[in-house]
Design a protein around this ligand. Sequence first.
Ligand SMILES: NC(=O)c1ccc[n+]([C@@H]2O[C@H](COP(=O)([O-])OP(=O)(O)OC[C@H]3O[C@@H](n4cnc5c(N)ncnc54)[C@H](OP(=O)(O)O)[C@@H]3O)[C@@H](O)[C@H]2O)c1
Length: 333
Amino acid sequence: MKKTTSGIIGPGRIAKRFAEAIKLVDEAELGAVASRAGSRAWNFAKIHGIPTAYDSYEAFAKDPALDVVYVATPHGYHAEHSILCLQHRKGVLCEKPMALNAQEVETMIHAAVTNQSFLMEGLWTHFLPLMREVTKLCKSGKIGTIKYIRSDFGTLFPFDPSSRLYNLRLGGGALLDIGVYPLYLCLHLLGEPENIVAAGRLSPTGSDESCHAILQWKDGQSAVVSCTLTCATSTTVEISGTEGMIRIPNRWFGCDQFEWRRTNGKTQHVQLEPMVNGFQYQIREVTSCLEKGLIESPSLPHTFSLLLSRALDTIRKQIGVRYEQEESAKVPS
Ligand SMILES: NC(=O)c1ccc[n+]([C@@H]2O[C@H](COP(=O)([O-])OP(=O)(O)OC[C@H]3O[C@@H](n4cnc5c(N)ncnc54)[C@H](OP(=O)(O)O)[C@@H]3O)[C@@H](O)[C@H]2O)c1
């Protein structure tokens, strides 16, 4: 069996987790890593047993040994680095959020289609056994018709203007970094909302330190999503239907259990396989798509990333966050 060979751009915090996860997938291996500094690439390669290291993203993108690249740089560079790899006919698994805005996501999809190269957003939560089971339960009608979703993600990251989380050039802000998870959940279960009303509070750099949104769908469903970098919040989910409710506990986005309460009073605790790393499920999806010669995942298609990025744009416009890159590009309008 030929293994799928992956490369990593940006050997930072999340790249480490990806490098550990790939060891859990028999059909995948790491072939190279690229850093803007050769020493960081070689150190990372040594720690994770990767055969090749590059001090240039451009040289890395040309490596013929690589089938797919994991783009693990800050979101302000997702589009640039993904397109570089797509143009060299590499598949791309791009960390969430896919890019800074919908216009960038469209450009990335265009590059994937033009070069017939695979592109998927690294929304690892979507591929967890948790989401598979929760989705199945919701689609089966066992909680009736979904009427309301409440979902949050809050964690304390003290203000630091140079950090990826607050620096606008790097794509700083709570919404794009962690708000993307509760928003993903709502759009995955209910599709495109008819209306979004949002409010947020900006940090001294102009990035959002907190953001809250109410979503409404034309059939009467609604959702409340919240995210903040200023304090830890319950970081839980409730999906309420006419015949029951699903409750996912703390750190729901990477959880291995949930509770299913029926309206008649019975509550079932559902325990899934214990969470180990969690990135291996999305890596298996990428490997399977590449084996089939696909350029997108049927489970998490390009249209979903576009939908998600448009909702993020709508919210961001209302709370008044604009990225430096958009000042010249004039998006979102
Ligand atoms: N799925 C998840 O659970 C999860 C969790 C955390 C983060 N993420 C996502 O992963 C991405 C990276 O997050 P991270 O926390 O790993 O970031 P990070 O450690 O701050 O940065 C990742 C790497 O990006 C490279 N980079 C390239 N251009 C850069 C620039 N202009 N400024 C700073 N670094 C630059 C750096 O590597 P070199 O300089 O060595 O090339 C750096 O080590 C983000 O988009 C984030 O949303 C996902």
